[in-house]
Design a protein around this ligand. Structure first.
Ligand code: 2M8
Length: 435
């Protein structure tokens, strides 16, 4: 079953793999290495080419800074086909940044811990994988220590993101409330993304002004975490980001126990984990909406919107069974109309929903993959199966696009897969779902 799809998916990953030991998210559109893309890509490669899966993670972790931080883009080449590139981001401003690689000064959802566990579970050769994990795991641990030391300003076990690009869900309508409070300058710059894909499917010029403005503030302070926490107009506790950290904590605990002789680290991880889960459940759950939401630390208020990020905590085992049932009910009521594919990235009943525009509504395969795993874990077999079948259908009808229209009626004569084509994580995670 689906042999041709799997064959095509493997071909895409292999084609996007680069001599530098990493994989492009998508040719032309994203010409470097991205953090969470790399994690998902490694899971895909693990099914048919473990050396590449390992290399992907090793290259990513090789770009880690001395303080444990892992950047969101690693600029392996000098191409100027992406904006903003290395010269804009200037990672060299931070005293502890990598001397070997140029990068951004922001990060992305911390997936690396659970990716190592997924690779271990996939591998037929457990001994070999454990040796690999032993060589890399302390770097991931150092990354988590960085988060708890520098990004948890209230010491409550919840870390902040200071830029929408750190969330991975770049132009989510959730950020509109924040942009309304920021008076960013109007910059003069040349976009590159809109020369590769349709501008109406990407963020607006004004949104890019905000994106650049926050980076300028961070650069003025040499990417100091303390200064960023004090000055960034964007300072958010994101349920997707924090759920990834919690999921990865859990994986690190399991893997360290398997390796043995790491009691101190296990104890520390368990402490972080307990505080994080408790605060996550008390601070980020919205009883009335019946799901998790974002918290705006800068303006001290919850951002009460439902997005696919609201359900990611299922993947990280965060809600109890009763709460999980409420969440599933919210999801099916708002997103589960049979005329729609699961799962739109933003609440389809909201006036801010846009089914074609990037993170403002379309379905994304990485979120579907998490949802599929989370629902399965909590025993929602039928809904999990629907997420899986919808994912397969979207790719079968359109190809391996970056994101997809959630409305069934949109698929037919015209293509309703958007953004870049031959997109790596769509390929990688389909391989995993079908294996
Ligand atoms: C998108 O983000 C980049 C900036 O990081 C961009 O639009 O230029 C997002 O979808 C992000 O989640 C993803 O990691 C990246 C590469 O696929 O593209």
């Amino acid at each position: 079953m689906h042999e041709n799809l799997i064959k095509k998916a493997k071909h895409i990953l292999t084609e996007n793999y680069q001599p530098g030991g990493f994989t492009l998210p998508c040719k032309n559109l994203y010409p470097f290495q991205w953090l969470w893309d790399s994690g998902f890509i490694a899971i895909g490669f693990a099914h048919f080419d473990m050396p590449k899966a390992k290399q992907e993670i090793s290259t990513l972790l090789d770009a880690q800074w001395e303080n444990g931080f892992i950047p969101h883009i690693i600029f392996h080449t000098d191409t100027d086909t992406y904006f903003p590139g290395a010269d804009f981001h200037r990672s060299d401003l931070h005293p502890l940044s990598s001397k070997k690689y140029k990068s951004t000064g922001m990060t992305q959802p911390p997936v690396t811990g659970f990716v190592l566990e997924e690779m271990y579970n996939i591998s037929p050769d457990k001994e070999d994988l454990l040796t690999f994990i032993e060589s890399e795991i302390d770097k991931v641990y150092a990354n988590h220590r960085y988060f708890y030391q520098h990004r948890d300003i209230n010491k409550e076990g919840l870390v902040y993101i200071y830029h929408n690009w750190e969330s991975g869900t770049d132009n989510s309508p959730i950020w509109d409330d924040i942009w309304a409070t920021v008076d960013s300058p109007r910059y003069d710059f040349k976009r590159r993304d809109t020369s590769h894909v349709d501008a109406s499917q990407r963020p607006s010029k004004r949104e890019y002004d905000h994106y650049l403005h926050i980076i300028e503030i961070a650069k003025q302070h040499n990417y100091s975490d303390e200064k960023i926490a004090e000055l960034s107009p964007f300072l958010v506790q994101d349920p997707l980001f924090n759920a990834m950290l919690i999921k990865s904590n859990e994986s690190l605990i399991k893997l360290y126990k398997r390796i043995g002789n790491n009691e101190d680290k296990v104890r520390q991880l368990e402490q972080w984990q307990q505080l994080s889960i408790t605060s996550f459940n008390s601070k980020l759950y919205d009883e009335e909406l019946g799901c998790y939401i974002h918290y705006d630390l800068r303006n001290n208020k919850p951002l009460r919107y439902i997005s696919s990020s609201s359900f990611a905590p299922l993947f990280a085992n965060i809600p109890d069974k009763e709460r999980a049932a409420e969440m599933v009910n919210t999801m099916m009521t708002k997103f589960g109309n049979p005329e729609q594919y699961l799962c739109a990235s933003f609440d389809p009943t909201s006036e801010r929903y846009n089914p074609k525009q990037y993170w403002r509504g379309p379905v994304w395969i990485n979120l579907n993959w998490m949802l599929y795993k989370g629902l399965t874990q909590y025993g929602y077999k039928n809904i999990a199966e629907r997420v899986k079948q919808d994912t397969i259908a979207l790719i079968e009808i359109n190809g391996f696009y970056e994101y997809f229209d959630a409305r069934k009626e949109a698929h037919g004569e015209v293509r309703a897969g958007y953004g870049g084509n031959d997109f790596s994580w769509s390929a990688a995670l389909l391989i995993d779902m079908l294996s």
